[in-house]
Design a protein around this ligand. Structure first.
Ligand SMILES: [Fe+2]
Length: 164
């Protein structure tokens, strides 16, 4: 199904814009899902590292919110429609459903760092896809997202990288 394309004076070719809008909406669904997963971890984590993890998971959600806003707005800048409803997220996200029964910091760290890594890999692939289509700006946006997600992976998985 061809999605709506608004007229724009943006001089990227229509074919490129259509491909980028689809790419951006796919990443948007994944990123919105991921942001909710971080909130799920923020709300439900318990244990000796509670306060540090509770606050860290909220910071992850906040940073992802900035990325989702940039991704959604780029789709609209290119003449597209941002697909940010809960129904589209649920239908299109490629992430695994976040488990509802996790309690310990260790389990939330494992689940969230895994989800971040999956999204990070797709954001890195999106850089190449955008560059291949000749859209350096979308490639740059995904470069920023990818670099940011790499940092978030570190902040979360550092909790598992020491024996003590
Ligand atoms: Fe909160």
């Amino acid at each position: 199904m061809k999605s709506t394309l608004h007229k724009t004076q943006n001089n990227l070719r229509e074919k490129t814009r259509r491909a980028m809008i689809d790419l951006l909406n796919q990443q948007l669904a994944d990123a919105l899902d991921l942001g909710l997963q971080a909130k799920q971890a923020h709300w439900n984590v318990k244990g000796p590292n509670f306060i540090g993890l509770h606050e860290l998971f909220d910071k992850v959600a906040e940073e992802l919110e900035e990325f989702t806003d940039d991704i959604a707005e780029r789709a609209v800048e290119l003449g597209g429609v941002a697909h940010g409803t809960i129904q589209t997220i649920s239908k299109n996200s490629r992430l695994k459903a976040y488990p509802l029964d996790l309690t310990s910091g260790k389990d939330h760290v494992a689940a969230l760092s895994g989800a971040l890594a999956k999204f990070g890999a797709s954001a890195r692939a999106a850089i190449d896809a955008a560059a291949k289509h000749g859209d350096a700006d979308t490639a740059d946006l995904f470069t920023e997202v990818s670099r940011g997600v790499d940092k978030l992976i570190w902040l979360v998985e550092a909790h598992t990288q020491s024996k003590q």
